[in-house]
Design a protein around this ligand. Sequence first.
Ligand code: GDP
Length: 478
Amino acid sequence: EAITVQELANRMAEKGADLVKALFKLGMMVTVNQTIDQDTAELLVEEFGHNIQRVSASDIDIDTSADVDPEGSLKPRAPVVTIMGHVDHGKTSLLDALRGTDVVRGEAGGITQHIGAYQIKTKGGDLITFLDTPGHEAFTEMRARGAHVTDIVILVVAADDGIMPQTIEAINHTKAAGVPMIVAITKVDKHEANAQRIRERLLEHEVVVEAMSGEVQDVEVSAKTGAGLDELIEKILLQAEVMELQANPDRAAEATVIEAKLDKGKGPLASVLVTRGTLKVGDILVVGTHSGRVRAMLDDKGRQVKAAPPSLPVEVLGLGGVPMAGDTLTVVDSEARAREVAAYRQEKATAKRTAQAPASLENMFSALAAKQAVIEYPVVVKADVQGSTEAIVNALNRLSNDEIKLRVLASGVGAITESDVNLALASNAPIIGFNVRPNAKARELVERNKVRMKYFDVIYHLTEDIAKEMAGVWGPER
Ligand code: GDP
């Protein structure tokens, strides 16, 4: 929990400048717009002779985590599956092939709408939901945001290739999440395919498939010929059965945002996956920092949906703004309540944003244009001479890619100071020191707040290290 200095001042009916002064005496250089953590805030409140009264977020915000559905209300729901694996190993092709097995789509000749996920009905009448964004980045980002939507992971490994870096990452992320895995050995139609070798190599990463007397189900597939697809579907259903996936469909709905965008004609759109309850047209809701009312819902076949049960992905129209992937959508009983919660969350979010360095508006627009949120990787750079600072900033800027944007919050020459540390602290950024170290006060602040420091004396090592960190931003250690 963080609060801006100004907000705290307002609540205490004190002058912001007086708080800044008091903070300065405590060894913190902050402006009225910056946020301070709860401990610091409490220290200040005491300093000014006020009483501390913690208002817990649950007094205003919605928290349904303790709200457990009674046993009898639970009904089976479709499993939600994510496909992961190395680039070019056939994730997208497999998703397309699986979509092609949908008997509903075959009958109705529906037009595929990409809404971030789709649901198929199998020949046997069972339902399976697939997340349409393959890869572990989205998976881990959602989990980092507290959204646990995936029930089963399909690890795709191309039979003509082998265990590659992203295969290993996918294995690690899946294990870290504790989500069961099914190995799909793809491209078995190719004559250079060697599925047995893949099974053997997986042993080195402690993935022991059934064919090797292990517990992990494996299946040979070809997205090209369709071979093995039925078997893969069977294995998903078997895994789902073991897991006894259930949800209560008869309650106010909760859902998780899997994708969101601003449509020129339709306004804010969010693709959501209902986690419990049934989402209906007309429902009043809060999603992230926005309120709204379900004006219409569309499924992945472009059909209007009046009521969305658990595990059905739908695109929702009628939101007051564009939420973020991983946000929770909650149905509430009045518009006043929806607005109150949204306003409270907005206030919190604004306090957080003002604590971050400038120019975020520009980033926000480019993120919107890209129709997906770009993750920022902020850093603070200090070096011994101006030439090095420039060279490092230029080299770091080149590390940005479509998914992660490296942002140099500040760069300068000389020892690392408290102001550098405070800046890093506010944005949860590491400080990069090139041939420099923190001064005494800064060191104290670093130790107190566990700010990450990285020291280098070779630029190449610096960029290499940061590139690795950026790649690992999604990692399980976060
Ligand atoms: P992704 O990067 O993991 O999503 O991989 P893609 O689905 O884009 O596939 C990468 C390449 O492998 C494409 O050229 C596909 O046509 C090809 N491919 C995917 N699955 C198969 C398969 O089962 N058999 C064959 N022969 N080629 C495949």
